[in-house]
Design a protein around this ligand. Sequence first.
Ligand SMILES: Cc1ncc(COP(=O)(O)O)c(C=O)c1O
Length: 360
Amino acid sequence: MGADRDNKTPIQHSRPFLGEKEAEAVARVIRSGHIAQGKEVNRFEGRFAEYLGVSHAVGASSGTAALHLTLLAMDIGPGDEVIIPTYVCTALLNAVLYVRAEPVLADVCRETGNIDPEDVKKRITERTKAVVVPHMFGLPVKMAPFLDLGLPIIEDCAQSIGSTDEGRLTGTFGIASIFSFYATKVITTGEGGMVVTGSRKIAAAVRELREYDKQKDYKVCHNYKMTDMQAAMGMVQLDRLPALIRKRRAIASEFFRRFKGLSVKLPPKNPGHIYYRFVVDISGVKRKAFSEEMRARGVLCERPVSRPIHRYLNIDGYPHAESAWKRLVSVPLYPALSEEEIGKIVHAVQTASFFKETAS
Ligand SMILES: Cc1ncc(COP(=O)(O)O)c(C=O)c1O
């Protein structure tokens, strides 16, 4: 299901995978007359917790809201520091600023683009209250060095649902984890998010803070609820998740096979990777010129992170994030791609004027 495509429309950088089942699920909720947060949200939360094997899952209106609620539930506020990577979208910065804590930016690993535990170590102070660890592009972070820091770790699984580190699902390592179900995420509810935690206290606080009605005593709360329409759609998407991940991995294998021998560096191979993004390193090639040539061939490629946070804040000292921002490009990879589109992407990359055939 989706927009009709013709040969002239370029292949989008990303599109959701939606079918009749999602449409039916949303229609069923609409017909029921109960469309706001209710039974469907409860059921989705239960199914989500079961999928991850964790005790608590609490729905929210977005990944940003989920992170904001998590920080509040952990009593993080003014005077506290929260470490986040710089090579990530500004949603993380926003959530830290919403609670008036101080964001401390960390650099990323050159090879993966994921937050670097060694750089994090250097930035820890007595005011550090949490480290947010996003698994970028669906590539799982090696969690052991983060767990060894002895600080509360919040995993950001906005791009990584279903990926594993050492065989264990991302989202099950931290004191709490957040997910996003934005339209182009691995599974979607249009907008939406989830907080997952083994802590009854954090889960209860998140539940209390996500809505303002029926509070015993007044305190500042939010309207960060998920609707039953979103939850019904989310359950269909969760059922599809294994197939969606299989498809992502199959397209990635095809890309690895067909791009082998080109002078472009392919993503790190990791059995736990779900390829939310297929991020290639085009060192030595001007990114803009590459993207323009690909666009002319009908394929829209994007920076996987539009701008690192240190650039917005004008701070120096992030050499790997700076270089990742210049070198890395995301080539379309998502389950809604047709075979014909996959062929077109492969051909466009293989014949890009920038890449030479190498001996490998
Ligand atoms: C790594 C990461 N964290 C958090 C978010 C925020 O999620 P949302 O857009 O649902 O607020 C995103 C969304 O793009 C993301 O990629």
